[in-house]
Write a protein that binds this ligand. Structure first.
Ligand code: CAA
Length: 372
């Protein structure tokens, strides 16, 4: 039911505007609000905090449907759900009560997850932003970069070093910070290749004071919070990639069934049929990997390896499918008259954010070797 509802919403409200939003780099405030009202912004959140308690599998299915219409809507939805979840698990009760219902209801257009810094992305434990103890709280100083929804987020979770002398990864604390807090400055918005209807910002923390209640989980245990939440986030991005890949190959398949060359439809040629078969086979396998990871998470079983496998395989399979889709349309695939060039631009992002494909391979290999 939830998948069908997300599909229906995508057909009616997202697909018709996706190309224009991409072209004009417009953030879909209105649609995101409506999606929150449908329960799509707190899908794995208890109802006492305004969530829809639909679970991780339903969330994955919904994100795939949304991504078939627009990757920007889907990434904003995925990250916002992740932020609602991290606050609902690790936030103090007053913080949960304040922010999570506002995310779920759409009062906040989005949530942001601010980990990456200009000098370090993949090596997340190497962040330099500092949080210095000050009376009843902390003063944050540093810069975060490439932050999804940075300027739209009503609330942001972020990470800073609280103990410079601790071993790598040990002295990091996670904080929650509200939009409009003095010293939190929204920097430049990136002009991206894809996901152009989503914001990707720099965030500058300039002597930014946060009360002690803003600490998420325990002091100096922030790195693990980031890792745990990214495991879940990767299921969201894998789900998104499957949606974009399926949209690309479905469009191209319909096209080749109509387009004729050498006196017959292109779909009669085996070279084309193989592109269709290879793309659907990989994408359906990718979706099973994604759903397996979602099921493991939903049933409280370990899922680190499975989430990374799912994101890795889904991102790369969908990228291959989008490349083939452009090829199947020939020169037209290279124009903005057809959506496949947008799918290709969008899909590249999924092999980069929330851990590059290379990082996923590291995670998978380490998890396998740990168990041998
Ligand atoms: N769950 C729980 N704990 C974990 C964990 C996980 N998945 N992964 C690591 N840890 C723990 C380890 O057990 C270890 O703890 P102990 O020392 O107590 O044993 C600690 O964290 C350090 O782990 P590692 O030694 O494995 O750390 P590392 O420095 O080698 O890094 C990494 C590992 C996998 C490369 C990690 O840095 C990583 O995931 N990098 C990618 C970061 C990333 O995905 N960034 C995206 C940011 S968000 C985004 O894209 C945009 C957005 O807006 C959402």
């Amino acid at each position: 039911m939830i998948r069908d509802m997300a599909r229906d919403f995508t057909e009616k409200h997202i697909k018709p505007v996706a190309a224009k939003l991409d072209e004009e780099k417009q953030f879909p405030y209105e649609n995101l609000k409506k999606m929150a009202q449908l329960g799509l912004m707190g899908m794995n959140i208890p109802s006492q905090y305004g969530g829809s308690e639909a679970g991780v599998v339903a969330q994955s299915l919904a994100i795939t449907e949304i991504a078939k219409g627009c990757a920007s809507h889907a990434v904003t939805t995925s990250v916002t759900n992740m932020v609602a979840e991290v606050i609902s698990i690790f936030g103090k009760e007053e913080i949960r009560k304040k922010h999570v219902p506002r995310i779920c209801s759409g009062e906040y257009p989005a949530g942001a997850f601010a980990l990456t810094e200009p000098h370090t992305g993949s090596d997340a434990a190497n962040i330099r932003m500092t949080a210095t103890r000050d009376q009843d709280g902390y003063v944050l100083n540093g810069t975060k970069t490439l932050i999804t929804s940075g300027e739209a987020a009503g609330v942001t979770v972020t990470w800073a070093v609280t103990d410079k002398n601790a071993k790598k990864g040990k002295g990091i604390t996670c904080f929650v910070i509200e939009k409009g807090t003095p010293g939190l400055i929204v920097g430049k918005a990136e002009d991206k290749m894809g996901h152009r209807a989503s914001f990707t910002n720099e965030l500058i923390f300039d002597n930014c004071f946060v009360p002690a209640s803003s600490v998420m989980g325990a002091v100096e245990e922030g790195f693990k919070i980031a890792m745990v939440e990214l495991d879940g986030g990767r299921i969201g991005i894998g789900s998104l990639a499957v949606g974009v890949g399926l949209a690309a190959i479905e469009f191209a398949t319909k096209y080749v069934m109509e387009r004729e060359a050498f006196g017959q439809p292109l779909s009669n040629f085996q070279a084309i049929q193989w592109m269709i078969a290879d793309s659907y086979t990989a994408l359906e396998a990718a979706q099973l990997l994604v759903l397996r990871a979602a099921h493991l998470k939903e049933t409280n079983q370990p899922f680190t390896k499975e989430a990374s496998m799912a994101k890795l395989y889904a991102g790369e399979s969908a990228r291959d499918a989008a490349v083939r889709a452009v090829q199947m349309l020939g020169g037209y695939g290279y124009t903005k008259d057809y959506p496949v060039e947008r799918y290709l631009r969008d899909i590249i992002g999924t092999t980069l954010y929330e851990g590059t494909s290379e990082v996923q391979r590291i995670v998978v290999a380490r998890e396998i070797m740990k168990r041998l």
